[in-house]
Design a protein around this ligand. Structure first.
Ligand code: KG4
Ligand code: ZN
Length: 339
């Protein structure tokens, strides 16, 4: 019988559950987004996010179980994100997963949120990359470059030193009075602008981190903020956003190029909320096209946090019988365990 996993995701502000089979076919997925609530504050308020997860977690799970047409007895395991993320949010998903595991007599699999994002491009498609492959997760909480080896073993190569890429988008959007979340709004505007109009600094092209794989977005944020403050309503916003976006994508491309050199990766995976960005997607397509390797990008609907990617990331652990004890904890740290 085809094995099935119920995946649960509540690490930030999306309450999500999904039933996924061992071929990564998504039988049902439901995500309740809290974006409109947090938009009132211009960012995620952890306490509110956790409270909303409590309200939505069981209705969401009920819904996907019903829509999948699967009986709980046919589920092989329950997977849940336990780190990194907002502690209060993580606790809700993990508490729900543990309760169901006890009630339904199912094994539990704790999943790293970044590993979950890495699996998001494989949902609904039959081919998967052969390890080792290079993987970049760019989201509101992370900008992490990872090498993925056999058995989905993840080695972190680099992270952001300050903001995540999506966070930089959201913060600049707030200053520019664009809607929250800032990524989609800036992306749309940038496509109509001239990226060369403003003289913006390149990111980390000089200084002590020049030859590392690290990311930092504080320099570009300050430069753009300064122009917004000085020019006020007269600013050519589309041009400024086009420049901002082009500098971010240029750094990402430079880091991918450096990480790729001297190694033997078979494919590139780019995932996370910012993988929905048009310029990031185009750059990744050109990057892999030039190197003749496959690119794995999630469908737009799987860029955002979702339970399906959590279930998919749990299958390698199910294969190895790697289950989590009932007393496993949640952790906020952004650094995934390396195996
Ligand atoms: O993966 P995600 O749903 O949540 C986290 O785990 O962080 O990512 C959300 C982030 C937000 O910062 C949002 O502004 C950004 O992804 N984002 C984008 C785009 N769509 C969403 N950033 C740039 N361009 C986009 N098109
Ligand atoms: Zn995420």
């Amino acid at each position: 019988m085809t094995r099935l996993i119920l995946g649960i995701e509540t690490s930030c502000d999306d309450t999500s559950a999904a039933v996924v089979d061992e071929n990564f076919r998504v039988l049902a997925v439901r995500t309740v987004s809290q974006t409109s609530v947090h938009a009132l504050f211009g960012g995620v308020i952890p306490e509110i996010a956790a409270r909303n997860h409590i309200a939505w977690i069981f209705p969401t799970i009920d819904k996907v179980i019903g829509e999948s047409g699967v009986a709980p007895k046919d589920i092989s395991a329950i997977a849940v994100t336990n780190y990194p993320g907002l502690l209060g949010s993580l606790l809700v998903g993990v508490g729900a997963a543990k309760g169901l595991a006890i009630g339904w007599h199912k094994p539990l699999i704790a999943v790293n949120h970044l590993e979950a994002h890495i699996h998001s491009p494989f949902l609904g498609r039959s081919e998967r990359p052969k390890p080792p492959y290079l993987s970049l997760v760019v989201s509101g909480g992370h900008t992490t470059l990872m090498a993925v080896g056999e058995g989905s073993a993840v080695t972190v190569l680099a992270e952001t030193m300050d903001d995540a890429a999506g966070e930089a988008y959201d913060k600049i959007a707030k200053v520019a009075k664009l809607p929250y979340p800032g990524g989609p709004a800036i992306d749309e505007l940038a496509q109509t602008g001239d990226p060369t109009r403003y003289d913006l600094p390149y990111l980390m092209r000089s200084g002590k981190y020049k030859d590392t794989l690290a990311f930092s977005f504080s320099g570009i944020k300050s430069a753009v903020k300064r122009i917004l403050d000085t020019e006020g309503d007269t600013v050519a916003l589309a041009d400024l956003m086009a420049g901002f976006q082009s500098r971010i994508v240029e750094l990402i491309e430079r880091r991918l190029t450096a990480a790729w050199e001297g190694d033997t990766y078979t494919a590139l995976v780019v995932a996370g909320g910012v993988a929905a960005n048009s310029a990031v997607r185009k750059m990744a397509q050109e990057f892999t096209g030039k190197r003749g390797v496959p690119l794995y990008l999630p469908e737009l609907k799987y860029c955002q946090d979702n339970g399906a990617m959590v279930a998919a990331a749990a299958f390698p652990k199910l294969d190895r019988g790697e289950f989590s004890p009932l007393d496993f904890d949640v952790t906020a740290t952004s650094r995934p365990q390396t195996k």
